[in-house]
Ligand binder design. Structure first.
Ligand SMILES: Cc1cc2nc3c(=O)[nH]c(=O)nc-3n(C[C@H](O)[C@H](O)[C@H](O)COP(=O)(O)O)c2cc1C
Length: 193
């Protein structure tokens, strides 16, 4: 059994759901695991207590959560001391093909350019669009972008997250530590579906 912490930065709530599901799956595999907001008062203590760390953040307007970038920069020593993974939640992850891959790699490169931390694993997870949780301007913007892409977004929103694929990623992470404190090879990125 090992101890994982999943630190998340979420604007409309989907990355929080993703982080909580990851923690649930890790607990189901008999590890200790908590999902915690990067702004929580006890986040630094949680990092120090963990054997492995997952950072999860969403993308808006072409960039990963700004607050999480600051966090990754400030906490680089603690992150670099342990096996670690970065989970990127975005809509581009719902699209197949090399163009989407290149776009997402660009998000990661820009994010990592402001920290010395180098995650062992990067995983891309398709997010959700929930117009009711957006401000007026963001709602207008999403309406324009989705119309351009031929995507109909109902008022209650639309979820692209592949929970099965996320479960497979969590199981790969859970096999990361066969014994407490003994790091093994980091899991490979799970195949895109
Ligand atoms: C205003 C806005 C801008 C967005 N910009 C991007 C983007 O540039 N690239 C992308 O792949 N997804 C983009 N998304 C999709 C979000 O990454 C997706 O909605 C994600 O689930 C948000 O996660 P959160 O609820 O944890 O913040 C955008 C969403 C909104 C609302």
């Amino acid at each position: 059994m090992a101890s994982y912490v999943v630190v998340y930065a979420s604007s409309e709530g989907q990355t929080r759901l993703v982080a909580e599901r990851l923690a649930d799956e890790l607990r189901a595999a008999e590890h200790d695991a908590d999902a915690i907001d990067f702004r929580a008062a006890d986040v630094h203590a949680a990092l120090e207590a963990a054997d492995a760390i997952v950072l999860a953040g969403s993308v808006h307007m072409g960039r990963l959560h700004r607050g999480l970038a600051g966090f990754a920069s400030r906490c680089a020593p603690a992150l670099s001391d342990r096996p670690s993974a970065l989970v990127v939640v975005c809509l581009t992850a719902s699209k197949p093909g090399p163009e989407a891959e290149a776009t997402m790699n660009g998000y990661v490169d820009a994010f990592l350019s402001s920290t010395t931390w180098k995650p062992d694993v990067v995983e891309f997870v398709a997010g959700a669009l929930r117009p009711s949780r957006l401000g007026f301007l963001q709602r207008k913007l999403i309406a324009i972008v989705s119309r351009k892409e031929g995507l109909a977004v109902p008022p209650e929103g639309i979820e692209f997250t592949d929970w099965e694929a996320l479960g497979r990623f969590a199981r790969a992470l859970s096999a990361w530590f066969p014994r407490v404190g003994v790091a093994t090879r980091a899991p490979q990125r799970s195949p895109r579906v």
